[in-house]
Design a protein around this ligand. Sequence first.
Ligand SMILES: NC(=O)c1ccc[n+]([C@@H]2O[C@H](COP(=O)([O-])OP(=O)(O)OC[C@H]3O[C@@H](n4cnc5c(N)ncnc54)[C@H](O)[C@@H]3O)[C@@H](O)[C@H]2O)c1
Ligand SMILES: N[C@@H](CCC=O)C(=O)O
Length: 536
Amino acid sequence: MTVPTPINEPVRGYAPGSPERLTLLKRIAELAGETAELTLTVGGVSRMGGGEAHDVVQPHRHAHVLGVTRNATHADARAAVTAATAAAPGWRELPFEARASIFLKAADLAAGPWRDTLNAATMLGQSKTAQQAEIDAACELIDFLRFNVHFAQGILEQQPISSPGVWNRIDHRPLEGFVYAITPFNFTAIAGNLPSAPALMGNTVIWKPSVTQQLAAHHTMRLFEAAGLPAGVINMVTGDGLAVSDVVVTDPDLAGIHFTGSAGVFQTLWSAVGANVARYRSYPRLVGETGGKDFVLAHPSADVDALVTALVRGAFEFQGQKCSAASRAYIPRSLWEGGVRDQLIATVDAITYGDITDFSHFGGAVIDRRAFARHAAALSRADATPSCTILAGGTVDDNVGYFVRPTVIACTDPADEVFTTEYFGPILAVYVYDSLDEVVDLVDTASPYALTGAIFAQDRGVLEDLGRRLRFTAGNLYLNDKPTGAVVGQQPFGGGRASGTNDKAGSWHNLVRWTSPRTIKETFVPAVGHAYPHMG
Ligand SMILES: NC(=O)c1ccc[n+]([C@@H]2O[C@H](COP(=O)([O-])OP(=O)(O)OC[C@H]3O[C@@H](n4cnc5c(N)ncnc54)[C@H](O)[C@@H]3O)[C@@H](O)[C@H]2O)c1
Ligand SMILES: N[C@@H](CCC=O)C(=O)O
């Protein structure tokens, strides 16, 4: 059996007058005109959760409610455990081709008739521009679904050698129990991948999306159903997840956690698993991709235009709300004073953030009131800190939406929090250096994270040297490119240190974590008689 060879889904442009722009705008208007009931789905049944209600709003127009969801309660979580457990035997006994074809069908639906819905929900609910939604909710989600099938087949093909008279084989079993997938607000593709990857390998899943991503998650769940996913294989529970974790993390059948989000929440979950370790039937697999404080390090030989473009796109696309976003830059004085500073400030000042249904904007709003307040506080602190100078942006406005201006802060104290703390928004800190040797150590040690980083240099020897010295500073290193925008199958994504377990989403590294191999040795003509030759 050979699965279809995947290729990356082409990115549509949404240029003025293009047919894709017209159909996307139509779908945006339809979704914006509804107030959806954002249900949980347990055992194939969709209904509202039993807990506190949350409005899901447009971040760039927070008075506009797109839908209402509710926290799942302990009873809802118990129902999800029951449904996942009941569905497990039938799902894992299905041949791999049957499971794979469901997710390949989901990919084709997402590439075709569901594309506008997924993009429109992501734009409205997460304040992404058409381009940012397209690379996420369409292309990356489709790529995850298609490439995972290809990588899974490669895992199943991994078999041991045999010797004369013996046939050895590996049975790539799923885990014994269910997987708990918890997903962040910022990527619809990640939200779709975290439950579907373990499911592809034969596991059943309880999926807890982020409240602020619930509109796109709702449509992703409908997409899986439309592709033929049987009831109970992925059970989506809604809300803040606190009651869900009370039940799920203490359940003996918890077999794994597939998490993406902040380091703090992952550490809380890890501690809870540790505290309950004696309860479980097996040791749960813990896969978590978390935060970043991602660097751009420029050498004096760097190309100035390429550097400025990477800083602007890397720091300010999707309002800096990517774990991979450039949030600290180390620039040599010669380049900074020789043009980078002025070009960067002029470009950032010209960027507009606004209502993403107006396609002329470069970005939208930050996700919610909490993120807005965090950024407002960070900017006030920087403004009051003598070693920091706000060179561009620095202002916020939440009258209509949660808007934070793209901001560049130059800071002469390399230990300041602007170089160490993940704000997760449009704030780029710049350190102007005189000594490359000293700055390389700063880049490596300033923050606890090690997710992405970029080195800009024209000098090949410098690229090699810095790449070697910063080997453990990033799980995804970019040479002369921005540190964002990893493509499934091309740049497997994930980081080390506080940034996560580095299991590389959308790759065999990740999929293999959701299997528990059984080795089978079959002997065709078994030995008879217990004695060995040395015994005479
Ligand atoms: N490394 C990566 O691949 C990657 C990708 C995307 C986002 N991120 C990181 O995610 C963070 C931003 O996303 P966020 O704000 O949604 O993160 P978050 O940690 O606040 O929330 C992530 C998810 O965890 C849930 N959650 C929180 N407490 C929980 C609990 N006790 N039990 C169950 N669920 C719980 C949230 O509701 C949400 O669904 C940033 O730190 C970013 O760097 C990392
Ligand atoms: N994989 C994405 C980031 C995901 C985190 O938010 C990128 O490479 O930019």
